[in-house]
Structure formats: C-alpha cells, structure tokens
Design a binder for this molecule. Sequence first.
Ligand SMILES: Cc1cc2nc3c(=O)[nH]c(=O)nc-3n(C[C@H](O)[C@H](O)[C@H](O)COP(=O)(O)OP(=O)(O)OC[C@H]3O[C@@H](n4cnc5c(N)ncnc54)[C@H](O)[C@@H]3O)c2cc1C
Length: 511
Amino acid sequence: MRKLNVFPAAFLLISSLLAGCSASPASAQPQSASPSTQEYHEEVVIVGAGGAGLISGITALEAGQDVLIIEKMSFAGGATLLSEGYIAGGGSTFQKEKGIDDDPETIYQDLMKGGKEKNQEDLARLYAENMGAAFNWLTDDLHVPFTEASPLSYPEHTHDRVMVVDGGGSQYVQILKTKYEELGGRILYDTKAQELLTDAGKVIGIRAEDKAGEEILLYADAVLLATGGFGASPDLRPEGLEDVVFYGAVSSTGDGIKMAEKIGAQTLFMDTMKIYPQGLLNPQEKELTDEGALVRNGISCAIGSKQTTNTTGSIYVNLEGSRFINENTDFVSIKEAQLLQPEKKMFLVMDQAGYDAWYAYTSTVLSTELAEDWFQREGQPIFIRAESLSSAAEQAGIDPVKLTETVQHFNEMAKKGNDSDFGRELTGGIEGDTYYIIELKLRTATTLGGVKTNDAMQVLDTQNEVIPGLYAAGEIVGGANGVESMPSCMNAWSLVSARKAASTILENLNH
Ligand SMILES: Cc1cc2nc3c(=O)[nH]c(=O)nc-3n(C[C@H](O)[C@H](O)[C@H](O)COP(=O)(O)OP(=O)(O)OC[C@H]3O[C@@H](n4cnc5c(N)ncnc54)[C@H](O)[C@@H]3O)c2cc1C
C-alpha cells in the first residue's frame, strides 16, 4: 500500500480542479495543507465494492496486479447483496451438464430481443460471447454453489440458462469478498468518491471523502467505476416514474455517472429504468438516501406471484374486475399490459391454496407479522383477506359483481382445462371460503442507463473517444441490455463486464 499522510500539493491540485482547471500532482506547488488529507498512489483504484467492483478486483489480483477498492458504505455488496442471486449462465459447463445446448449467437439474439433491439451491439456481443466462460470462472475458480433457478424456465430466455446462487446475493457477495481479501485485496470503507481528477484529459485519480468529510486523494494509472445504478436518486429518475415502488439499494445513487458526466463522458438510456410488475408497496420501510429522500418503499414478490399463477388458479384482474392477460407470460408483457389498465392497477386474486403458494416464496421478504398487520389495516397497501369474494373485492375497490362473474367464468374454463380467453395452461380455479386480493404495483430496483463504454469497458466521451485512464463495469454502464433487461441478466452483465474491464486495464498497464 502506498499511502502518504499530509499532502500539501494535493490541496493546490484540488483548488485548481474546483476552479475548473486541471493540474498534474508533480507540477502543483504546495502552498497550504490540510493535516488530515490522506494520499494514495495506486496502479488501479476501483470505486464500489459491489459485484462488479469485487469481481474486477479479484480478476486483477489473480493476474498479479495490485488494486485498491473504495466503498462509500460501511460494508461491501451494493445491489448485488440484495439481489436474489439469479445469474444467466448461457454456454456454461453447468448448463451443458443439464443437457441444454446453448450458443453465443442464440444468447445474443435473445439479449437483443429482450432489449427491444436497442442494445449497444458490441456490448451485447461481448456479453453473449463471454457469459459461459465467466460463469465457468464462478463455478470452477471461485466455487460459487449454484442450482438451477426455480421455477426453471423464464419465457424471455429461449433456453434454460438461469441459475441461482445457493444462499442468494448475500452468499454471493460473501464468497467474492472473501476471495478478494484472500488474494490480498484492500477495501477502504466509508470512503465516498466525489470527483474524478484529470490531467490534460486523462483521468489520474479520484477525490474522495471519509465519513467525517476529510479529504482523501487517490492517484491511479487506472480508475474503474463500479458504482452501480441510479434508482435511488430521485433527481436522476426519469419523469413519470416517480410513483413506481423502489426496492433496490440505497447506495444506487448514480454517483459514478454524475462524476463521469462532469468530465465529459457520454451517457445513454438515462430515461429508462427496469420496471417489473409484481411489487408490493411497503409503507413501513423508510430508508433514506444521502439526499434525504424516501426511496425504498417496495418489496418484490415476483417469484411468489409467478409460482402461484403457475401452480394454482390465481388470476390477475384490473379495477373493473376483469382478467387482461395470460398470467404465466413473461414479466415484460405483464408490465406492458398493466400499464394499459385503468389507473395502471393490477390485483392478484387467490383462494387459500393460491395464497399459500404465493406466501411460500414471499415469506423471505414479508414476515407473517407484517402480513397480518396489513390484513388488519385499511388503506395502503391493498392486502385483503375475506370470507367472500365480493367482500374482498369491495375492500380492494374492485367491481364486486364483475369480479364474481370473472371468477365463475374462469372456474368453468379451469374445469374444461381450456383458457379460451388468454391461452393459459390451467391448473385449477378459485374456490373455498377464504379469498385474498393483493394489489401488485409496478416496481423498480435496477437502472439500464449509464455511461457509454466501448467493448473493452473504456468510458467514451460525447465524441465517442476513449477517456484515457477511465473504465466502467456493471450497472453503471448503459447499453448491453438495451431498454429491457431479461431476467438474471444484470448480475451476469456485472460479471462479464467486470472481467473484461480488469483484463483491459491489465493489458493497458502492461504496455
Ligand atoms: C432486490 C434486488 C434483486 C435483484 N435480483 C437480481 C437477480 O436475481 N438477478 C440479476 O441478474 N439481477 C438482479 N438485480 C440487479 C443486480 O443485482 C444489479 O444490477 C447488480 O448487482 C449491479 O452490480 P454492480 O456491482 O454494478 O452494482 P452494486 O452491486 O450496486 O455495487 C455498487 C457499489 O458501489 C458503491 N458506491 C456507489 N457510489 C459510490 C461512491 N461515490 N464512492 C464509493 N462507493 C460507491 C455502492 O455502495 C455499492 O457497494 C437485483 C437488484 C436488486 C436491488
């Protein structure tokens, strides 16, 4: 570690940077000093100890390169820690051993289709061609334990390629962090990057602050931004998406995007967020961002919702009490259909068996105590349990007569085993003496826009020229997934882009 305390030259450098000029540390003359300023000289500084930061750190360390990660929180993980740990592993040995034949061209076509053909093509190619090898690295070198995802098949993927880390995102981060530290990697926690330092257009380091607001200057030959997305930053959220419930990481405030933009980086797709259906409004969860805004007010119950409509007769209806979609179709189609309904509202209607199937997969994020509290309360969230369907409908604000008709009709179709309305495979109807209605909100955690890079993960300016010394990986990079990422493709992107960024840095430093 090359750390120096008391750095008089740095003070002058920062003053000049704040004044809009850039200066080289060698040429800056000391005038005054802050005794608490710390200075580091490193070859590689990575900003962010989430999935992408840790993976690029491990990759660099495995190749013998020294690295330092700075992390603004007091712990590692970012959104990766919160994630369920689903990772697309198309083309991997693990997938092959399940008897599934996948190939980069098919993965590429799926990614493009999933991204509405808006994907940055070179990034999508990089992604498709390296997904399998990167996944193999996780299983073979890092011994990350995977199982096939359950429910296995996601309609967006033409081949079964979705795997899940045993133990989810927290276990995944634990393995990555342990490996990084075993290899001698260092992390400075509570250290928030504030600004990129430049010299004649080249990035030469980062100005950061510790928890007490003391300045830390980190000079480096290569700076890798792995700061994640911007869903938690109200000022960066696209217009019209303010009401979508947020269940992401409070650290996803787009810091890296803002810092890179300040020195001329190009961004793309900043007007998109990854919106999914099947969220729950959780009015009790009030996490604050650095800016003090209420950001985390939602829970995802996607897997439980998918499971209950797959295995029981549960249905989605709108405020009018009508079904409007095959409930077992892909997430994007459900979301798009929901957006067309009155007040953009969608409700899940279940009997006891349906609720049990839903809750079996939701209990990890919704305690029985909280669920009971919601059943008892009036107002938001709409979380109803009642002895009759019409009473449940009335409490939810849904037309009770129409809903009763809808359920009767659905039950008749279920008996015949033929959904003549939407072509869903039917596994039963809605019956018994207990009925549940839950409002499923649109939800978001992840953003798809960010800085533009080339396929070597070098950040590009507005003229599509490389900004020397600056690299990016993970959710901060826009483009690879287009405007609609497929399930499990954000963690996989983080993995592939981080491996690539580290190898580009290694190549550039060794030339
Ligand atoms: C609840 C949830 C579930 C998800 N489930 C899945 C899933 O199952 N499969 C999937 O593919 N995707 C999933 N995602 C999305 C996926 O997890 C993320 O896209 C991915 O983890 C992003 O990784 P990252 O390393 O780019 O960012 P992050 O993991 O968010 O890491 C960024 C790190 O940078 C740090 N940082 C930010 N700004 C600064 C700064 N100024 N200075 C220093 N440090 C800074 C942050 O604190 C954080 O630790 C999920 C996301 C959420 C929130």
